[in-house]
Design a protein around this ligand. Structure first.
Ligand code: HEM
Length: 602
């Protein structure tokens, strides 16, 4: 017994010595970089921690003493939304609030250090040097589930994928996106205002499902533009012949489980024993995983056959374009393999789905929270040439989109404060230099580097931009009030994006490195324009004859309603994207009921 006890103690001691040795090496390496060190007791991306900590953030906060929580909080994935500039102000000496330079530190857990920056110079350097600062290799495990694609590759391979994807998501696809977004949002409105047969449509309708419906709009738009079909609003419960699940369901299942059980191999998912927990979920995801791949192959085959018959494409679709671009690129070595095409088709859907849906979700809550900004937006909606329509009676893309300046400003301001992707993650595979606002540093190989988009969006350089474009109801904070709550950069003020009349550009162009909701540089989001077109079409359609309001609780006055909405917006978490807790698929008694009311055109 004493023997066994001694052996256990010896093993523990050895482990401790090994840990102490590794930690001192990591610490020394981090010190050599010369950036401020923030020591934390957990590593952010430990698998169990990353699964358990974010949903329990509030519980952990309540248990821990304040001094410890301040550190632990920084290791909970998605911390940047909650902490904003606080860690930069607190841990980067001499570069506190208002100074605007040199905001970079190393977050050092027990095993590895991570560089975090909110310095525009460093952000620009990291995001433009795509060969030196690579997309993290580990993401190919999750996001490359069907094979290599534009999001998971680096170097020459990435350049090949990227060329094809940018050629697909070009201006020619935008009209289709605009029209499909209008069609889907019109269906959403018909659904919300549906009345029993024979009864007139109500003039206002309350719903808990607006958020889920907006998700449905975005996935339908992606599917519609991907395959050139008009996706019916109502879900079909019947799978197509030869399949177990309707296409939309299998795609949806895979997209929402992509960073989760969707990463597991098909075989494991489909043979998950009945007696183990999550049997039904595993089998559903397993089935979806197989069927997304099978259907993508089938769609590509149909497209090939159509081309072989010499039939013209009915429309410019993502499928037809990926095939054509890949075939045309054969001679220059640009062709994509079948697996790469399937993987890219999937990743375009996955990357475009929840990002756009969550932005629309925040936007409708902001419309309800700030009725005066909604009025400002309605002024524009009512002035747009919405009567210029195409043969299907839908608003004309070229007439409306370029004039929807305020609508796009509303989107930009939503993304500034609630970026769907709050940080951009890169890593080094060889030692690199990094230019920062305070000088050049040397970054070792195998270092994780994070550009904190949210913090960059709150730098003082955003303060008081384009004040002359403010509508009369906007009040400036009293002089000297530049604390975290009332400083202009923390305030929702879409007019900061509107340049004065006569400017060369309608919208404000922020200084380099301070505006990165779609990242920047060669790896900037190729779906940026598509998201803007979709957002504009959806919001203009929603507001053309309606306004969005919040349903007040019994006895609640306006001030209390605003407080409740602010709390809702704050209660957000980075799941696959940053999103409000509890608004999608709300449980009984939860959710955020919103009201759509018909309005008189002015
Ligand atoms: C508001 C909506 C959107 C936001 C906020 C957004 C944000 C981003 C960000 C931050 C990145 C860089 C990620 C990184 O490098 O780690 C990215 C990349 C990407 N996005 Fe988006 N995105 C949006 C919509 C879309 C749409 C609609 C599509 C496609 C239809 C799309 C497709 C992609 C793809 C394929 C990449 C990878 C590009 C590459 O690595 O070269 N995104 N997006």
């Amino acid at each position: 017994m004493a023997y066994a006890f001694s052996a256990i103690i010896a093993i523990l001691l050895l482990l401790l010595i090994r840990f102490a040795y590794n930690y001192s090496k990591t610490l020394a390496e981090a010190r050599r970089i010369g950036l401020p060190l923030v020591l934390v007791p957990v590593d952010q991306i430990q698998l169990l921690w990353i699964l358990l900590a974010p949903p329990n953030r509030e519980r952990i906060r309540r248990i821990l003493p304040k001094w410890l929580w301040k550190r632990v909080s920084l290791m909970i994935f998605g911390w940047e939304f909650h902490e904003k500039l606080r860690p930069f102000d607190e841990y980067v000496p001499g570069h506190g609030h208002g100074k605007g330079v040199g905001r970079t530190f190393i977050l050092l857990g027990l095993q590895k250090g991570e560089i975090w920056t909110a310095d525009p110079v460093a952000a620009n350097d990291i995001l433009t040097r795509v060969r030196e600062y690579e997309a993290p290799h580990a993401i190919s495990f999750a996001l490359g589930t069907y094979g290599p694609n534009v999001l998971t590759t680096n170097g020459e391979r990435w350049a090949r994928h990227r060329k094809i994807i940018t050629s697909i998501l070009d201006e020619r696809i935008m009209r289709a996106v605009f029209e499909e977004s209008i069609r889907q949002t019109q269906s959403l409105l018909s659904d919300v205002f549906a009345a029993p047969e024979g009864e007139p449509q109500p003039t206002s309708a309350e719903t808990l499902e607006l958020f889920d419906m907006l998700k449905r709009v975005t996935i339908h738009v992606l599917l519609g533009t991907s395959m050139g079909v008009k996706v019916p609003w109502r879900k079909s419960r019947v799978a197509e012949p030869g399949y177990m699940m309707p296409h939309i369901d299998s795609l949806n299942t895979m997209v929402i489980n992509i960073v989760g059980v969707g990463m597991l191999p098909k075989k494991l998912l489909n043979s998950w024993p009945r007696w183990l927990p999550w049997h039904d979920k595993m089998r559903t995801v397993g089935c979806a995983k197989v069927e997304v791949e099978k259907r993508s192959r089938e769609i590509l085959d149909q497209e090939r056959e159509r081309r072989a018959r010499g039939e013209p494409a009915p429309k410019s679709t993502i499928v037809s374009k990926i095939l054509r671009a890949s075939e045309e690129g054969k001679d220059q070595g640009l062709a994509l393999s079948e697996v790469e095409m399937i993987s890219n088709l999937f990743i375009v859907t996955a990357a475009g789905f929840e990002t756009t849906a969550t932005t629309l979700a925040y936007a409708v809550v902001l419309l309800a929270r700030y009725p005066e900004w909604q009025d400002w937006l309605l002024e524009e909606v009512d002035s747009l040439p919405t009567t210029a329509t195409n043969e299907d009676g839908l608003m004309d893309y070229t007439a409306v989109f370029p004039r929807a300046t305020r609508t796009l400003a509303f989107m930009f301001e939503t993304l500034r404060l609630f970026p769907a992707v709050p940080h951009v993650h890169r890593e080094t595979s060889a030692p690199q230099t990094l230019h920062t606002a305070t000088g050049t540093i040397h970054v070792p190989a195998d270092m994780r580097v994070y550009v904190n988009s949210l913090a960059l969006h709150l730098l003082p350089s955003w303060r008081d931009v384009n004040r002359e474009s403010d509508p009369p109801f906007v009040q400036t904070a009293p002089a000297g009030r530049d604390d975290a709550v009332s400083a202009d950069e923390h305030v929702f003020r879409p007019s900061r994006w509107i340049n004065p009349p006569g400017s060369a550009q309608a919208h404000y162009h922020p200084p380099k490195g301070t505006w990165v909701p779609w990242a920047m540089g060669p790896r900037v989001c190729p779906g940026m324009k598509m998201a803007q077109v979709e957002f504009t079409a959806a919001v203009v359609t929603l507001l053309q004859h309606h306004r969005v309001e919040v349903v007040p609780l019994r006895g609640e006055n306006r001030a209390a309603t605003e407080k409740r909405l602010d709390a809702r917006l704050r209660d957000s978490r980075w799941v696959t994207v940053l999103q409000m807790n509890g608004v999608f698929e709300p449980k009984e008694g939860e959710g955020l009921p919103l009201k759509l009311s018909k309005r008189q055109a002015r």
